[in-house]
Design a protein around this ligand. Structure first.
Ligand code: PGA
Length: 231
């Protein structure tokens, strides 16, 4: 299976800055053979429509991803973005349960499990973020029939945005633990991934989630090039 390289903008960038990112990134990778990697990008909700149109018009395969979705379907849930709201945008993935959502927005393993259901209903693959502290509880909360539809991302809190990427041996052990609990699922690592360290992780993971390093389109293109030309 192709390695998944997923860029998460988080709450960074205006709509214009995000568009500039996309233009630069598409140009940078236009001459690269990316047939052996899967590239995905998660801008803010406000950029999804324009990204969707630009990606459809470009010849480069880039999977559009949402950083979050509502735990509820369409209905009276003021301020929430449901999978219904996202219909027609050609979203491939939905990141759910990021530790920043747990920390700042009070998300729980139960609400994340509901988001997994919503993502699957909306024909998106949930990318479920986990840290050791709540890994077992979160996997146990997910409907067992949906586990095989999920991708799990190990994102240790100490590694996120800190420049202190996790030890590869530990990541490998966590991968084994997740596979024992959830079956033969796709497994990603996230936390201070860069073009310099990405290949180490890909020896033990099916892909990476990249925050800070991917905010610069040139850097993310460099990471993609490193993987595309070395795997
Ligand atoms: P980082 O973020 O690459 O900035 O550490 C990773 C993430 O939170 O997914």
């Amino acid at each position: 299976m192709k390695k998944l390289l997923l860029s998460n903008f988080k709450s960074n960038k205006s709509i214009q800055e995000a568009n500039n990112w996309l233009d630069t990134f598409l140009e940078k990778i236009s001459l690269l053979n990316t047939s052996n990697v899967e590239i995905a990008v998660a801008p803010s909700f406000l950029s999804l429509e324009e990204f969707s149109q630009k990606i459809a018009a470009a010849s480069v395969p880039l999977q559009l991803t949402t950083q979050n979705i509502s735990a509820y379907p369409a209905g009276s849930y003021t301020g929430a973005i449901s999978v219904k709201n996202l219909e027609g945008l050609n979203l491939q993935y939905a990141i759910v349960g990021h530790s920043e959502r747990r920390k700042y927005f009070g998300e729980t393993s139960k609400s994340v499990a509901k988001k997994v259901e919503q993502a699957v209903d909306g024909e998106m693959t949930p990318v479920v973020c986990l840290d050791i502290e709540y890994l077992e509880e979160q996997i146990a909360a997910i409907d067992v029939k949906l586990l095989e539809k999920c991708i799990f991302a190990y994102e240790p809190l100490s590694a996120i945005g800190s420049g202190k990427n996790a030890d590869v041996g530990t990541v490998k052990k966590v991968s084994q633990k997740i596979k024992t609990l959830a079956g033969e699922v796709r497994f990603l690592y996230g936390g201070s991934v860069t073009a310099e360290n990405v290949l180490e992780y890909l020896l033990v993971c099916d892909g990476v989630l990249v925050g800070s390093f991917s905010l610069d389109p040139n850097q993310f293109a460099q990471l993609v090039t490193t993987v595309a030309t070395n795997s």
